[in-house]
Design a protein around this ligand. Structure first.
Ligand code: SF4
Ligand code: ZN
Length: 302
């Protein structure tokens, strides 16, 4: 198989029928990230951006591409890693994040669940009754926001890819959570929330992995020990089998959600504030306060 430029092909994309050699794929990938950023007006000259860096493939590729496509005098980039306290897993990612930031001369702040919310995720899972990903998602979002404010950045860039986005869309449809569906856009509903951007959100996970391999990026491939406990892994399997039978279906789901989201936005979507911690909240008490309280009660009783 040959690429249209005549070079040896490294990738054949089923949903579009395109065939790429190494150079053409890398060029296409970076252009696609640039177009996603431009189409959604994610980044402007002068922005201070914080990349949420886990050391895994998505966030590592995101940091590399942003550093490559934006000159240092156009935007400033810092990185922030959150160590949830998952024994034998997150420490490898954090080591990777340190090395990547050293190579790219990006400053890195590391924030720990144990310091910020008093417990590691491992302890929360042991004493609490909820799924690890529930605690992880709620507290990580809170910590990222607080740290981004303290770093003085305008935007938090996350490495969410097309697969992550489509899984989240389906999971929120399943339970009819319109508020979360709206929030997937990253648009802020409160001046206390730092805007979130997802420059890789229109790129399939396997293309991100291919970009990492072709660029010889050393990324952590460890899988979180809690990843199999969740509904997300089942939704992921379902979507992958659907994509095999109907190539391009993931893009269609993402486009459908974008249309709905435009309609939601017209209705307005302001958040209130938590009566305990004053952070933005969809309910009277925010989710982080609710979960912290639950864990405290469990710890007192154990
Ligand atoms: Fe957190 Fe769940 Fe992801 Fe593990 S799989 S890092 S617990 S969200
Ligand atoms: Zn609260």
């Amino acid at each position: 198989m040959k690429c249209s430029c005549g070079d040896r092909a490294v990738y054949s994309r089923r949903y579009s029928g395109q065939i790429f050699c190494e150079n053409c794929f890398i060029e296409y990938f970076e252009k696609k990230v640039w177009e996603t950023i431009r189409k959604k007006d994610m980044i402007n000259v002068g922005d201070r951006i914080c990349v949420a860096l886990s050391g895994g493939k998505d966030s590592t590729v995101l940091l590399h591409v942003l550093k490559k496509i934006f000159p240092d005098d156009e935007i400033s980039i810092q990185a922030l890693a959150v160590d949830e306290g998952i024994e034998g897993y997150r420490n490898h990612g954090i080591e990777n994040a340190k090395r990547v930031c050293g190579e790219l001369s990006v400053s890195l702040r590391i924030s720990y669940f144990e310091e910020k919310v008093d417990q590691t995720l491992d302890v929360m899972v042991t004493v609490g009754e909820r799924n690890a990903c529930t605690y992880c998602g709620v507290f990580r979002r809170r910590i990222l926001n607080e740290e981004a404010i303290s770093l003085g950045v305008e935007k938090i860039a996350t490495g969410h890819n097309l697969d992550d986005e489509v899984q989240a869309i389906i999971m929120n449809y399943m339970v009819g959570d319109i508020n979360r569906l709206r929030r997937l856009s990253g648009n802020t509903e409160s001046h206390q929330l730092v805007k979130r951007i997802k420059p890789l959100s229109r790129i399939p996970e396997k293309e991100i992995m291919l970009y990492a391999i072709l660029n010889k990026l050393d990324v952590s491939r460890d899988e979180c020990p809690y990843a199999h406990d969740n509904v997300r892994s089942k939704v992921r399997e379902f979507l992958n089998s659907l994509e095999t039978r109907s190539p391009g279906i993931k893009f269609q789901i993402a486009s459908g959600w974008e249309k709905l989201n435009l309609a939601y936005q017209k209705q307005g979507n302001a958040l209130g504030n938590c009566s305990r911690c004053s952070q933005p909240a969809a309910q009277k008490i925010c989710r982080a306060c609710e979960l912290s309280e639950e864990i405290k009660i469990k710890m007192r009783g154990s």
